[in-house]
Design a protein around this ligand. Structure first.
Ligand SMILES: [Zn+2]
Ligand SMILES: [Zn+2]
Length: 145
């Protein structure tokens, strides 16, 4: 299942003329399969063993290329802790305040909030993000014990 997704992503890159290096392939695979909304650092750490010569800058560079190809979304937080999401469908996020775990939350896109915002502010709205914060089931359980 995820193999199909990886293959489609690689085809997209090839079509936009992006060369598939082993490292780029690994970063992409990492995003699509093993990790959930990882930071560049998470990806770097999970590939460190396989690519001991790869730098964090290379990971960032690959993430930028993947983002420009429309394969990954960057969720910025005003510092260098951006998280990367390979789910390009519109969705919201629930984030654990204790461990930082981030899960997808599917809810009909709140289009009306964008049109209302445009009306009251005169802005032309491009997108919106919604994040719900709380404690994941594991962290809630840890508290009880
Ligand atoms: Zn948690
Ligand atoms: Zn997501």
């Amino acid at each position: 299942m995820t193999d199909g997704k990886l293959q489609r992503a690689i085809d997209t890159l090839k079509q936009s003329g992006v060369r598939i290096t082993p490292q780029r392939h690994a970063v992409l695979e990492c995003l699509l399969t093993s990790l959930d909304h990882p930071t560049a650092d998470d990806i770097y750490k999970s590939l460190e063993e396989k690519f001991p010569n790869m730098s964090v800058a290379t990971v960032y560079n690959n993430l930028r290329i993947l983002r420009e190809a429309g394969l990954v979304r960057e969720l910025t937080y005003g510092d260098d802790s951006s998280r990367f999401d390979s789910n390009m469908n519109d969705h919201y996020h629930i984030i654990c305040e204790d461990c930082g775990k981030m899960v997808d939350f599917h809810y009909p896109t709140l289009d009306e909030i964008e049109s209302l915002a445009e009306k009251v502010s005169g802005f032309s709205i491009s997108y919106h993000r919604m994040e719900l914060y709380g404690k994941c089931d594991q962290c809630s359980m840890a508290k009880v014990q």
